[in-house]
Design a binder for this molecule. Structure first.
Ligand code: NDP
Length: 339
């Protein structure tokens, strides 16, 4: 059983050498006598920024908990059930949910696995648009911000797993949508493939306030926050009265020993801004409703999804580390096996 193992707790930027690939043995059978165990063959694993937070020492880790040095990483993935003693899962079922960064995983809490009902879309989409990042975009935009037709929406890390869907959902809601991203290629993708009204490369425009003023001469109603730091400060200067900020994540802060301060937070008061953090996991009861919206939209070509696919567990450490330099173009995932 090939596995991606965390060597030690990580400080600063993660490196490939923080992880190693090992091969051990595993009995390809759910243990007899158990009634709650599912043996999975992992097909795709998902590279998500929050995994970096789990790699920190427990005292610095987030409420999400932490990974254990010497053990395989855990995260979202798509898998096939090889064997099961749990009444709800049977051999051959396809699932997405919490699994290990390894070829085969024994899962003893299968409530973290959702059965895949729709297989007429790419299976890898269940690491992205049809999985946790998709629910994040949907919950953060529709539930937290309730966009109205004609509103001005700004999305940071806009070409990524979550951001690209946020922008497209905001367009479906009739909003004017601008995204920021870290390269010309990504900016072109936002404008030409993902249907954003405008986009800018934040790495080439150090004056973020000026970039936002150019894109939003009348200000921003909704900010979908993925990066934090200087971007949040510049956005606060450009928010409109009674604007909403969905705080999804702050990737620019995850590798810092001391997070940067936010200088313009006081504007939240005068501008009556509602700023709300949220976790996708709190909204999974809406998953069926979400699929009803998004699967037809994918099939009709009204929503498109860009993936960045690495082949093989050996390439998983580089794929994960790449999220923090912006190497990924679209949703980063890793193929472990093709069925
Ligand atoms: P992405 O697919 O967007 O990948 C990460 C991207 O972040 C990179 O490609 C890079 O794009 C950008 N980035 C990396 N470092 C920085 C930096 N220092 N400053 C600005 N941008 C940076 O990731 P996801 O879509 O999966 O996640 C986006 C955000 O959503 C993250 O903050 C994540 O933690 C959060 N999240 C929150 C969830 C929740 O339930 N609240 C669930 C899932 C994700 P670029 O080239 O544009 O810089």
């Amino acid at each position: 059983n090939k596995q991606v193992i965390l060597n030690d707790y990580v400080t600063g930027f993660p490196k490939e050498s923080d992880m190693k690939i090992t091969t051990g043995s595993i009995k390809l059978k759910a243990p007899e006598g158990s009634n709650d165990t599912v043996l999975l063959k992992n097909l795709y694993i998902s590279c998500d920024p929050y995994l970096r937070l789990l790699m920190s020492k427990p005292d610095r880790a987030s409420v999400l908990g932490s990974s254990k040095p010497g053990s395989p990483l855990h995260g979202y993935g798509v898998a096939k059930v090889l064997d099961s003693t749990h009444p709800n899962y049977k051999k051959g079922d396809l699932v997405w949910g919490f699994t290990g960064w390894e070829e085969y995983s024994l899962i003893t809490s299968p409530q973290v696995l959702i059965k895949i009902q729709h297989t007429d879309v790419p299976l890898s989409y269940y690491t992205g648009i049809l999985g946790m990042p998709g629910m994040t975009a949907y919950a953060g935009l529709y539930e937290v911000c309730a966009p109205k037709k004609g509103e001005y929406v700004f999305v940071s890390a806009a070409s990524g797993a979550v951001g690209q869907l946020v922008g497209q959902l905001a367009k479906l809601a009739g909003c004017y949508v601008v995204g920021s991203a870290g390269s010309k290629e990504k900016v072109d993708l936002l404008k030409n493939k993902l249907g954003f009204d405008d986009a800018f490369n934040y790495k080439e425009e150090p004056d973020l306030d000026a970039a936002l003023k150019r894109c939003f001469p009348e200000g921003i109603d909704i900010y979908f926050e993925n990066v934090g730091g200087k971007m949040l400060d510049a956005v606060l200067l450009n928010m409109r009265l009674c604007g909403r900020i969905a705080v999804c994540g702050m990737i620019s802060q995850y590798n810092l020993e001391k997070p940067e301060g936010v200088h313009n937070l006081m504007l939240v008061v005068g501008k009556r801004i509602r700023m709300q953090g949220f976790a996708a996991g709190d909204y999974y009861h809406l998953y069926p409703k979400f699929l009803e919206l998004v699967i037809p939209a994918i099939k009709e070509g009204k929503i498109v999804y860009v993936e960045d696919i690495a082949e093989g567990l050996e390439n998983a450490p580089a794929a994960l580390v790449g999220l923090f330099s912006g190497r990924n173009v679209g949703k980063q995932l890793v193929v472990v096996a093709r069925e």
